[in-house]
Every structure is written in C-alpha cells, then in structure tokens.
Design a protein. Structure first.
Length: 381
C-alpha cells in the first residue's frame, strides 16, 4: 500500500479575514500533528478571539469556567508581547498566543500582512512540534528550529522562489548585532536551508518531514554558545555607538563595517556583519523616513572591500581564508592602512540631557536590549 500523497498547505489571497485564516490553520495543525488534539488552544490577541480543542479527560481543567479563566489570564500576560507559545505540563495544554509585531520578520510588501501572520503562527507551531524546540536548554537551537520550520511551511505555501529567506536572514542578523542576544543567531541554519532549497520538493513534503528537516538543520547549524557569545561581544562597540549617539544608526553601521572588515578572516563575524551591511548598502532598508542610503568615500571603500571578501565567502564557504589545493595562499594581513580607515567619521553633536536633578551615577552597564534604540522601527524593503 503506497503512502498517501501529502496535501500542501493553503495559501490565501487576502479575500478572507485573518480570523478565518487562523481558524483554518488551527484545524490544519491539529490534523497534521495529532498529538496536539485535545490539548491545544490558540489566542488571537488582535481581536480577542480564541480557538481551542481541549479534552477534559486529557487536560487539568475541571470546568469550562476554569479553562476560560486560564485563557483570559494568558491573554492578559501575552498581550503586546508579540507571538509566543508555551507547553503547560500542569494543564497538559499547548498554547499559541498571537499578537502582531511592530515590524515584519518574514515578509515585506503591500500584501504581506496575512503572510506575516501565517509565518509567525508557523514559527510558534514549530516550537510545539519540532523535537527540542520548546524544551532545549539552548535558546538558539529553539529559535533555529522554529525559524526553519516556519520558512519550510512558507515555501510549501508560496513557492521556494519566495524571498522569505533573505528577509528573515537579514532581520535575525540585524537583531543579533543590535541586541547581542544569542538566540537571534539563527543565520547559519537559515543559510543552510537557502543552500538546499533548490533540491527540495517542498510541495511533496509531509508534516512529519517538515518538522524532521527543521530539526536536522537546527541540530547541525546551531552555533555553540561559546561561539555565539563570543561573536556577540565582538559587536559590543556597535551597540555602544548606538547608545552614545542616541540612536544614530549610520554611525552604528560605520562601526559595524570597521569591525566586519577588521575581522574578515573570522568566518562567523564576517558572515553576520556582511549580512547586515549588504542590505543597507543595497538600499533595501527603510525606516519611517524612507530608504536609508549609505553614500560617500567611506562607504565606497567599504563596498569594494566587502565585495571582495563576500565573493571569497560565497566561493569557499566555511573554507574561507584557508589554504586549498590549486589555489593561491590566502593573503596575509597587510600593514598598510586600508582606504576606508583613512576616511574620518562625520562630526556628530549630541546635545546634553538636562534634568532638574541629576540622579546618582550608575556604573552598571545597561542590559543589551536597552541598546536596541530604533531597531524595531527598521524594516527590509
């Protein structure tokens, strides 16, 4: 007896409401992943609706009133925090709570609102179904697995030619640099899916195959915490620049360019720094004032030097900078000052903060998230 042909995920054309889409997607998720049946709830904080399949015999709830109170408390807790998911062992309940984010993670364009909501739903579903993506002690593995799971499902819906990989890849790299939080270092796993996508028949993938491939890629391409923490520390000066200049993103990107080119033989630092910078240099990044354009002699030199090393990375991947048969030895670092280092930074006047009474000095550094000034307002496209 032959295996049943998998039914590809639905794509939507904007003619039905987001609530209707979520209804259909919850029904599909319970069909695709039967272990969720009888112990699943979805909270839509955008409109206050709930969808759930809770079996009293499987859950810890003694009455409908008790379940309603539980979901109400979770809705209040999760409202405004963006999408999240949780497995509550006491209630034996899997929950996704959806709140829209202030920026797009996975999509862009005028018709992206529903696609973005679906990608966020799929990301949280990934936490519930991919092995280890909720319980692992490594937060980076959890996010790698959920990101890859969401991207695969998006490609099954909308085709592998979708630009979702480039968008989420940039966003994760940017957030990692600007926040320093290691769970955002999902770039290596996303890049691996990008490398493999032309070989994969996404339309033929079963739900089980989707979650298994997400697990395989995440296991193989989640960086060790020592690596991600070390790379994060390397980018500390970027966050310091952003804080000291009160959110001057161009100067922060200048600092990032200097770090990236100073570490051009460091595979991970260059890969992340280049991923962030290229989208700025190509004019793909916008804020509420329009596209951010990095121009002038400094950026001309940076473009040239980044391209040379990026070509090396694209050709040799993890062997970048290593001696290889039939190729010239990698050039050793030159004592000559690179051209881009000769261009002085623009003068920036930071007005002092005037307060009626200065509080006592605080010598403790702010948490990484405090340095993420204006980062949430940046978008790709």
């Amino acid at each position: 007896m032959s295996a049943q042909k998998p039914s590809p995920l639905s794509k939507y054309d904007g003619k039905i409401s987001l609530s209707e889409i979520f209804n259909k997607e919850v029904t599909r998720a319970l069909k695709d992943y039967p272990h969720l049946r009888g112990k699943f709830a979805f909270i839509n904080n955008a409109d206050g609706s709930r969808i759930y399949d809770v079996d009293p015999e499987l859950s810890g709830f003694r009455s409908q009133r008790e379940l309603d109170r539980y979901l109400n408390d979770l809705a209040v807790f999760s409202r405004g925090k963006g999408p999240l998911s949780t497995k509550d062992p006491d209630a034996n309940l899997n929950v996704i709570a959806y709140s829209p984010l202030p920026m797009s993670l996975f999509t862009r364009g005028a018709d992206s609102a529903q696609k973005e909501a679906l990608a966020l739903f799929d990301h949280e579903l990934g936490h519930l179904v991919v092995k280890g993506s909720m319980a692992s002690q490594d937060p980076c593995y959890r996010e790698c697995a959920a990101d890859v799971f969401s991207i695969i499902r998006h490609m099954q819906r909308y085709d592998s030619s979708s630009d979702i990989v480039g968008i989420i890849g940039w966003r994760r790299a940017f957030d990692f640099v600007m926040s320093g939080r290691s769970e955002h270092f999902t770039t290596l796993a996303i890049d691996e899916l990008e490398r493999l996508k032309d070989k994969i028949d996404f339309k033929e993938m079963s739900p089980e195959q989707i979650k298994n491939l997400a697990m395989r890629i995440a296991l193989a391409h989640t960086p060790h915490p020592d690596i991600s923490n070390g790379v994060s520390r390397t980018f500390d000066p970027v966050r310091q620049t952003l804080q000291q200049t009160r959110g001057n993103l161009e100067l922060a990107m200048r600092t990032l360019a200097e770090i990236t080119l100073d570490h051009k033989d460091d595979y991970h630092v260059f890969k992340i720094g280049n991923a962030v910078l290229q989208s700025f240099l190509d004019g793909k990044i916008s804020n509420n004032k329009g596209p951010m354009l990095l121009t002038g002699p400094f950026w001309d030199d940076v473009r040239r030097d980044l391209k040379e090393q990026a070509d090396n990375l694209a050709k040799n991947h993890i062997l970048m900078g290593m001696p290889m048969h039939g190729q010239p030895l990698p050039e050793q670092s030159d004592t000559k000052k690179p051209a881009w280092k000769s261009v002085p930074p623009p003068a920036v006047v930071v007005p002092p903060v005037v307060t009626p009474q200065q509080p006592p000095a605080n010598n403790n550094p702010p948490p990484p998230a405090a340095n993420n000034i204006a980062a949430a307002r940046m978008r790709m496209g």
